[in-house]
Design a binder for this molecule. Sequence first.
Ligand code: AMP
Length: 214
Amino acid sequence: MNIVLMGPPGAGKGTQAELIKKNYPIPHISTGDMFRDAVKNGTELGLKAKSYMDAGQLVPDEVTIGIIQERLAQDDCASGFMLDGFPRTTPQAEALDQVLADMGKKLEAVINIFVPREVLLQRILNRVTCNNCKTVYNLRFLDDHKTCTKCGGELGYRSDDRGEIAKTRLEVYLEQTLPLLQYYQERQVLNSIDGNRETDEVFEDIQELLEKIK
Ligand code: AMP
């Protein structure tokens, strides 16, 4: 099962990716997580990515495509993968098609989670993540604002979820990533799902789709 999860920041991609991971044995490949880990560990990749991430801008295509190419060549991707946050530009989508073609593979579904813009900004500004297990919470639904209910880890804001940077990330999505919907529509792999509902309802629709391509 070779799939891509798409949607603006705050659409719930990370939350749905966790549910998919629990139900289907495919690796979850999030470029955002890869970059955040690299920044945390102070690697060369992290140094390259940090200034772009801090500004809410995209890391250059050649850097991002390189890490995805390496990751998809790893053994655990042999029977499928779920990309989350990649591709985000047309050159990235074209490069992905090429990498997959070289490996004798192709994308089976692109899942686009859509949510109205005003809801997105509210979700982003209320989003906290466990520093330990990376579970994402909406502050409005948390009694205790400090600890993760799954592992007891400390909760924190993502630095790029604050004010102007969050708005920039939404603008960047609209300008650079939204055109990809047409790209995938033309290739007949696009499936759009209403993300402005309860988590379980959204997942039900995703599951229905995944059962068809499994
Ligand atoms: P995310 O967690 O997916 O929202 O990604 C956080 C940040 O990582 C983004 O705002 C970008 O700076 C960077 N990033 C993640 N994925 C990509 C990508 N496919 N292309 C370029 N930059 C990316």
